[in-house]
Design a protein around this ligand. Structure first.
Ligand code: PMP
Length: 424
């Protein structure tokens, strides 16, 4: 069949689908209700006993570092020492934002170190942004006027030659955003060699440089024998650069996305300074929620058991997306070129689809017209500019299997239509 008649046939099929007036959404990586239900036991977990392990009353003010049992747990979760850990409120994104503001305005180790000093001659400070990446990291930079420099990634993580050479040539670069395991959105797990090179970046970039190591998906596996991520903080300590590493995590995709607890770990001095900064805006985090979490999850064994239950819900959804991609597009070519490529993540919340160059916007538009909402084109890139216009982030966690089934039929159809349109 010629490209033109195939296009006509597919457009006809799309018109029929439009009659169904679908309203489907594959945009955000939110847990499904069934996942949230796994942790309803949080409600009432305290049974009137508000005392922490050290006897403090969790209901009262104070405890800027978090309650002792939550710090112990977070240390194990983040692979850090208890003294290097602080446990916060419901959002790690908020901790990251606050850390960047603290470094920018107050300085990571006193006023002399404030990034704002480097920006005094009308120059802007800069962050490296391995891309595609997490859109909300980029929004933090954009909102503060921090210039973003995209960095290429391959299956081992960011291109470290590029990272090192940029750092050598530009002292205004003060940070880098990373999602080192099951990265949002491309699912990459950074290799041991890449992590080892990260541990040495402080030697190039200096004492005020920060690696924002957002390990949001550390235990969020979708396969057996999950890959291990090397321990950046421990490697950095060995290199004498622990202060450059800021390790972050939360229970947002473990317990309740909007009501979990968040963690941050780094050199003790960093954590002390950061907690002092936070102390200006709050007289301590929600310790009752921290305690509730510890009584409910108990320990890392409890957490892993819970993550297995999440996997049981999530894995069929990922498999269904991949089935549609494999069966609908797997062996299809247009003018001799594959119609698309996609990731097979071993964990995390996303599948990344790449169209042929220049087509992501059109595919997303065609899907939207047929009632299937996708993450806007470019949103996984700094300034929302995907230079090749190919990336489409698929987030299958929230919709039901039936909804994914319907949405993916539309997606596969729209990818082929957009590719044929361009080839015409
Ligand atoms: N980091 C990454 C990489 C994420 O994907 C998300 C959620 N989409 C977050 C952080 C947000 O975490 P929290 O709910 O703890 O703010």
């Amino acid at each position: 069949m010629s490209n033109a008649s195939r296009l006509q046939e597919l457009n006809q099929r799309l018109e029929e689908i439009k009659q169904q007036q679908l309203s489907l959404d594959l945009t955000r990586g939110k847990p499904a209700t069934a996942q949230l239900d796994l942790c309803n036991g949080l409600d009432g977990a305290l049974q009137g006993d508000y005392r922490c392990a050290d006897g403090t009353d969790s209901r009262n003010y104070g405890g800027g570092l978090g309650i002792p049992e939550a710090r112990e747990f977070a240390a194990e979760y983040l692979d850090a020492k208890v003294s290097q850990v602080m446990v916060g409120g419901n959002s790690s994104l908020q901790l990251m934002y606050q850390y960047v503001v603290h470094a920018y305005l107050n300085g990571v180790s006193g006023p002399e170190s404030a990034w704002v000093n480097d920006a005094s001659n009308g120059e802007r400070i800069k962050f490296l942004c391995p891309a595609p990446g997490y859109d909300r990291h980029f929004s933090v930079c954009e909102s503060l006027g921090i210039e973003m420099i995209p960095v290429t990634m391959d299956e081992n993580g960011p291109d470290m030659d590029q990272v090192e050479s940029l750092l050598k040539s530009d002292p205004l670069i003060k940070g880098i955003w990373c999602v080192p395991k099951y990265a949002n959105p491309n699912g990459i797990v950074y290799s041991d060699e890449v992590v080892a090179r990260f541990a040495r970046l402080g030697k190039i970039a200096g004492a005020n440089f920060r690696i924002m190591w957002d390990n949001a998906y550390a235990e969020h596996h979708l396969a057996d024998n999950p890959p291990e991520l090397a321990n950046l903080l421990a490697l950095s300590e060995a290199e004498g650069t622990a202060a450059n590493a800021i390790i972050i995590g939360s229970t947002s995709k473990i317990t309740f996305a909007g009501a979990g607890i968040s963690f941050i770990a780094s050199a003790e001095e960093n954590i002390k300074n950061f907690v002092a900064y936070l102390g200006i805006s709050t007289i301590g985090p929600d310790k009752v929620n921290q305690l509730r979490h510890m009584r409910f999850i108990k320990n890392m064994d409890g957490l892993r058991e819970l993550m297995q239950s999440h996997r049981n819900i999530l894995q069929p959804k990922f498999e269904l997306v991949l089935k549609h991609l494999d069966e609908g597009l797997g062996d299809k070519t247009v003018n001799g070129k594959a119609i698309g490529t996609w990731t097979r993540p071993q964990g995390g919340y996303f599948i990344l689809f790449d169209t042929q160059p220049g087509l992501a916007t059109r595919v997303i538009e065609l899907c939207a017209d047929a009632g299937v909402k996708l993450t806007p084109a470019g949103s996984t890139w700094p300034y929302k500019k995907d230079p090749a216009n190919t990336n489409i982030r698929l987030a299958p966690s929230f919709p039901s299997l039936e909804e994914i089934d319907a949405a993916m039929q539309v997606f596969v159809l729209c990818v082929e239509i957009a590719t044929l349109e361009q080839a015409a």
